[in-house]
Design a protein. Structure first.
Length: 328
């Protein structure tokens, strides 16, 4: 089974963001024609700057809430890797309407455009947030609980829409439930920054990072390279059993935030020994957060041939080296 996309035309929505720009990079390296649709809501021009002068790259500044922009980006496309969305549980708690407009309305526009353009496959970013209050661990795809945030609802609705579009119109869809992805170009700034870049930036600046709650909540942190592999496998998978469903995309191990903090501090101390003395500050828990998260990746292994190559420790070493170069 093919595992890498090559010589195809691929649309990456949200390509100026963290995951999207990493996808764009690898797809260009593999001789694809890549179109990126992004409105810079949370992404940045800096993330796509290295690609702008490449002849196989086309950037469309546009909004997935606008059906015309979606059509323009999708026409002539073989594969859609749909990443554009407003991430962050707290953002959706503060402004559920905008999260819904982008994550549900925009998603539906993209599905309609992909169907009309007769793309070969529509692969989209779902989320581990789908598991909500379900207590079982590890999380298996068929057992989800009640969503705990507007963000989680939007991702659940995405999966429902994708399923209906597969049934009604025959479009091939694959959802990827990412578990806390990290790696280069993940934004460390702003109130909705993800935990790893937020901690790393604070430590580099010799500031005390804030841990919400007691730090004993756990996550299956997933290095970006594993996500790049999963997207390509999902686009190329054959066999009807592999399609029109959603997969956990993670490494399949969890660590607590306190353990993560120690690992980050230890790794960064190699660059700057003063960091080893910095202690975190513990503050109140955040509403909507899931206490524990651990994925079973068995379904993706069996159906897609997913074989994550980077553990959290291996991924952190690479990510930290990048942040040290780019933030110090
Ligand atoms: N990073 C994670 O840990 C994680 C976990 C689970 C799911 N996801 C999902 O993966 C996807 C990518 O996440 P990310 O971490 O790269 O986030 P990101 O914020 O870095 O990237 C999202 C991109 O989408 C763009 N975008 C937002 N609204 C848009 C709109 N209306 N029109 C066009 N573009 C728009 C942003 O400008 C940004 O470039 C999202 O769908 C997110 O929900 C991410």
């Amino acid at each position: 089974m093919e595992s890498q996309l090559r010589n195809s035309r691929v649309l990456v929505t949200g390509g100026a963001g963290f995951i999207g720009s990493n996808l764009v990079e690898v797809l260009l390296e593999q001789d694809n024609e890549v179109v990126c649709l992004d409105n810079f809501a949370t992404g940045s021009r800096l993330n796509i700057e290295p690609f702008l002068n490449q002849k196989n790259f086309k950037f469309i500044e546009g909004d997935i809430r606008n059906a015309e922009d979606c059509k323009k980006a999708t026409d002539g496309t073989d594969y859609v890797l749909h990443q554009a969305a407003l991430g962050s549980v707290p953002r959706s708690v503060k402004d559920p309407v905008t999260s819904n407009d982008v994550n549900v309305g925009g998603f539906l526009n993209m599905l309609v455009s992909a169907r009309n353009a007769k793309v070969k496959r529509f692969v989209y970013a779902s989320s581990s947030a789908i598991y909500g209050d379900h207590k079982g661990m590890p999380k298996v795809e068929e057992e989800t609980g009640n969503p705990l945030s507007p963000y989680a609802i939007t991702k659940k609705v995405n999966e429902l829409y994708a399923g209906i579009f597969a049934d009604l119109y025959g479009i091939e869809v694959v959802g990827l439930r990412y578990f806390n992805v990290f790696g280069k170009r993940q934004d460390p700034n702003g109130e909705y920054a993800a935990v790893i870049p937020r901690f790393v930036k604070s430590l580099i600046l010799h500031e005390r990072p804030e841990i919400f709650g007691n730090g004993e909540q756990s996550r299956d942190f997933t290095f970006i390279e594993n996500v790049l592999q999963a997207n390509q496998l999902a686009a190329l998978a054959t066999g009807s059993g592999a399609l029109n469903t959603a997969y956990n995309i993670a490494f399949g191990e969890r660590i607590t935030l306190n353990e993560l903090y120690s690992l980050l501090r230890e790794n960064l101390s190699a660059f700057d020994p003063a960091i080893s003395a910095i202690e975190p500050i513990y503050t109140a828990e955040r509403p909507g957060d899931i206490p524990h998260s651990l994925a079973s990746v068995a379904k993706a292994r069996i159906q897609l041939g997913y074989n994550p190559q980077y553990s959290v420790k291996e991924g952190l070493q690479k990510a930290i080296a990048w942040y040290w170069e780019n933030l110090k």
